[in-house]
Design a binder for this molecule. Structure first.
Ligand code: BES
Ligand code: MN
Ligand code: ZN
Length: 500
């Protein structure tokens, strides 16, 4: 579906959408976030009859009540507002679109602001609502021949609290840009491997950046080899699709200011290579470029939001295939920073392409580096599909990541990375091995390998999105049930803002 949002104080009300939060205790009535006494009365009566209590994600459609300003009322539960905060609002918004669709309502007015706690102020609340509407409207059917006509839902946002119109417009615009960026990342992931090769990923990036302030440079395989990126070239060797190295630069701050730097694994299909993966669910490995997609989408968002910072995005992109020139177990490649790497399992390829990208990022002396990757199956086992795991030895960066995630509503969890993990990554015939000599802690070992390619002085975090990059809609209502989630784009935009 499509959604069109605007701020309005004179909506054509046929359907009014009203948020309701649950009462503090079992017998206390819910809070209805509306100024209109008739709407309040109708919804409180609904609560008394126990047909609608305002639980998180609960919706109730009062058809033809013709009360006060509304013909129909759509009540949307927020649960306990203080506990769920803005993320609760986002998750409830997803339910709005679903309910409007099933009730064939295409025009509605969402009344917000009245009685909301201060922390959920005008622009912030409007931004969250806009993000959630745009994210919930995402659908991926461009490759189907019998596309159903997409209905457009027109939502007027009516702000009943105290807030300046200009700030609300700003919040709306920001939320829409962020939502659209998340959807951009999802689409890159949802495209199949044959239609989202490294060269196509690079072209899509160039295309999306056109007309804006984001400068995109793409290196082909010859250039990659000339630039001494032996690990990226080594992963690419088994495929007929050549690798690409995508560099995005945004200059919105003073020239003297160090850029923030995002790096993302852009592995467009991971068969495992010669250490081939088993067949079940191998098709999901088209999502192995979701770290790269998050990086590209974050850079696009930063430039569209015109943040007053400098930022660099780097995406090494390759297929991992078992073709006749493929890297064999035991082969040794040389990374850009001169370290030699024994490839003892060709399925641990993400860390190889990231090794060269992180070496390159280090040379740029950025303010921080945050890399994202669907790096390890072990992360799916450790944290599942709700929390994104991250590793860093830098306390300031860890704190900022947590703050950013709090702001974005995405759930992240720090996991340990210590020198012992690095010790386990030493090679027998080369400096390093791409798999650990020790059992367990597969995700930490992946992080420890990457650490060898980042200068100790640069704050660095590694974010493993293997469990959260796709198929998370049963957890988070505004994400697709099946498909890319666009995870971490929102947190990264907040992080970039926080750091400046
Ligand atoms: N892309 C995979 C990790 C992955 C697995 C992502 C499942 C999403 C879902 C990665 O390239 C990989 O194959 N990692 C190996 C590393 C191992 C060989 C050390 C893994 O996790 O099994
Ligand atoms: Mn792999
Ligand atoms: Zn992979």
């Amino acid at each position: 579906m499509k959604v069109q949002l605007k701020i309005s104080n004179k909506p054509k009300d046929s359907c009014t959408i009203v948020f309701v939060s649950q009462g503090a205790s079992k017998n206390s009535p819910p809070t209805v976030f509306s100024k209109d006494p008739d709407i309040k009365k109708t919804l409180l009566m609904g609560a008394e009859d126990k047909i609608f209590e305002g639980k998180q994600g609960e919706v109730y459609f009062f058809r033809n009540v013709n009360t006060g300003i509304a013909k129909h009322i759509l009540a949307v539960g927020l649960g306990h507002l203080t506990k769920n905060g803005l993320e609760g609002v986002r998750r409830s918004v997803a339910m709005i679109l679903r309910t409007l669709k099933s009730n064939h309502i295409e025009h509605a007015a969402l009344r917000i602001g009245q009685n909301f706690p201060k922390s959920l102020s005008g622009a912030t609340l409007t931004k969250a609502v806009a993000e959630a509407f745009v994210m919930s409207a995402y659908h991926f059917d461009e490759l189907k021949s019998d596309k159903k006509e997409q209905k457009t839902f027109h939502i007027d946002i009516v702000f009943e609290g105290k807030s300046a119109g200009k700030a609300l417009e700003e919040g709306l615009r920001e939320g829409m840009i962020i939502g659209e960026s998340v959807n951009f990342a999802r689409r890159l992931g949802d495209m199949p491997g044959n239609l989202m090769t490294p060269s196509i990923l690079a072209k899509e990036t160039v295309h999306a950046a056109k007309g804006g302030k984001l400068k995109v440079t793409v290196w082909d395989l010859d250039k990659i080899k000339k630039e001494k990126m032996g690990c990226l070239a080594g992963v690419s060797a088994g495929s007929s699709e050549d690798a690409r190295f995508i560099i995005m630069e945004y200059k919105g701050g003073a020239a003297s200011k160090k850029p923030v730097c995002f790096v993302g694994k852009g592995l467009t299909f991971d068969s495992g290579g010669i250490s081939i993966k088993p067949a079940p669910a191998m098709e999901e490995m088209k999502y192995d470029m979701c770290g790269g997609a998050a990086t590209i989408a974050t850079m696009l968002a930063i430039s569209r939001l015109k943040l007053k910072i400098n930022a660099i995005g780097i995406v090494p992109s390759s297929e991992n295939m078992p073709g006749f020139s493929a890297t064999k177990p035991g082969d040794i490649h040389f990374a850009r920073n001169g370290k030699s790497v024994e490839v003892n399992n060709t399925d641990a390829e993400g860390r190889l392409i990231l090794a060269d990208a992180l070496s390159y990022a280090t040379e740029l002396k950025p303010a921080f580096i945050v890399d994202s990757a669907t790096l390890t199956g072990a992360m799916v086992i450790a944290l599942g599909d709700l929390h994104t795991g991250f590793f860093t030895k830098n306390n300031k960066l860890a704190k900022k990541m947590q703050e950013a995630a709090e702001e974005s509503g995405e759930m992240i969890w720090q996991l340990p990375l210590v020198d012992e993990h690095a010790e386990d990554m030493k090679g027998t015939y080369a400096d390093l091995s791409n798999i650990s000599s020790n059992k367990g802690a597969g995700s930490a070992h992946g992080a420890a390998f990457l650490e060898f390619f980042v200068d100790k002085d640069i704050p660095w975090a590694h974010v493993d999105i293997a469990g959260t990059a796709y198929h998370t809609g049963h957890r988070v209502s505004y994400n697709p049930k099946k498909g890319g989630s666009g995870v971490m784009v929102r947190t990264y935009v907040e992080l970039a803002k926080l750091w400046s």
